[in-house]
Design a protein around this ligand. Structure first.
Ligand SMILES: O=C(O)CCC(=O)C(=O)O
Length: 304
């Protein structure tokens, strides 16, 4: 009888181990599949600036999901002021947008992992993904993603690279344009391109495609050929997702977080708060559950 029960125990233990092993390796396999990249879908568009296009980087379901998360939460897009670094409204950028939490849900987390795998840049170096919506006539004039002020470089340093994901097709217009690109004169363009797109090397938004370009040279100096913008939408609407990636971690270091989460990380916080930035720019100022903002004290988060 003792021999029978030890045999049963042995088999029970053996199958338990087998089950645990297969379930952990299948979840590892799942995670691996998330970031499975297909290099045959990537084309190098330009070397000055360094720009690459990944066809079908997102599935159509993923695109629709990101739009659904953003649709009711859009606010007028802002730009960083060149001198102060503060977010300001500007006619340069007429789209609407919102930021997603990096760990908003499983789909967003999976896309975050996939971006890190494609760019070879760690997830922590990325800002939260921004979802953008352009209606008829809306645009983003050519600009640089690297900064001209020191304030914006305090956390994470310069932006090194940008991944632009197209979440919708656009009937006409809405192309991403690189006015300084080496390829601007040699790119053939038929009537399907807008006049704006003729002023540079341009990329047509195609649902699911992703554009990766670098704002810094390999020696870490800023690349003026990375000047880029979004042409006005002429027909239809444009949805895109932007991921800005820095040279260092963009996560607020643990030591900078007070235990009650109530510090200002920037001396300009009180002034920005007075100007209403806590409401206008909540992801930067207040932060989210997983990533505290930089002006929590001035935004009076401690008092709530
Ligand atoms: O939507 C686009 O094509 C351009 C967006 C852009 O320039 C940016 O987010 O920095």
């Amino acid at each position: 009888m003792g021999e029978v029960s030890s045999t049963i125990f042995f088999f029970f233990f053996f199958f338990l181990l087998l089950f645990l092993h297969s379930s952990s390796s299948s979840s590892e396999r799942e995670r691996g599949r998330d970031v499975l990249l297909d290099p045959t879908r990537v084309t190098q568009l330009s070397w000055r600036p360094r720009a690459f296009l990944y066809k079908g980087f997102l599935s159509h379901q993923e695109c629709d999901h990101l739009i659904a998360l953003a649709r009711d939460k859009l606010e007028k897009s802002m730009v960083a002021d060149n001198d102060s670094g503060k977010s300001v409204m500007s006619e340069v950028r007429t789209s609407s947008g919102m930021f997603l939490d990096k760990k908003q849900d499983e789909t967003v987390s999976r896309i975050e992992r996939r971006i890190a795998a494609w760019t070879f840049l760690p997830e922590e170096n990325g800002e939260s993904m921004q979802i953008l919506h352009y209606e008829n006539g809306e645009k983003y004039e050519p600009h640089f993603d690297y900064f001209h002020d020191k304030t914006n470089q305090q956390l994470g340093g310069h932006r090194i690279a940008t991944v632009l994901m197209y979440l919708s097709n656009v009937q006409k217009g809405g192309e991403t344009i690189f006015p300084n690109s080496e390829g601007k004169l040699s790119q053939p363009k038929d009537d399907s391109w807008s006049d704006c797109a003729r002023k540079g090397y341009a990329v047509k938004p195609q649902k699911g495609d992703a554009l990766l370009f670098f704002s810094l040279h390999l020696d870490a100096t800023t690349d003026s050929d990375s000047l880029h913008g979004s042409c006005p939408v002429i027909n239809g609407e444009k949805w895109s997702a932007t991921k800005w990636i820095h040279v260092r971690s963009f996560d607020v270091p643990e030591k900078m977080r007070a235990s009650d989460g109530c510090t200002d990380e920037n001396e300009l916080c009180p002034g920005w708060a007075l100007l209403g930035e806590c409401k206008k720019n909540p992801i930067y100022m207040v932060g989210s559950k997983t990533s505290p903002g930089f002006c929590r004290k001035s935004c009076k988060i401690c008092e709530s």
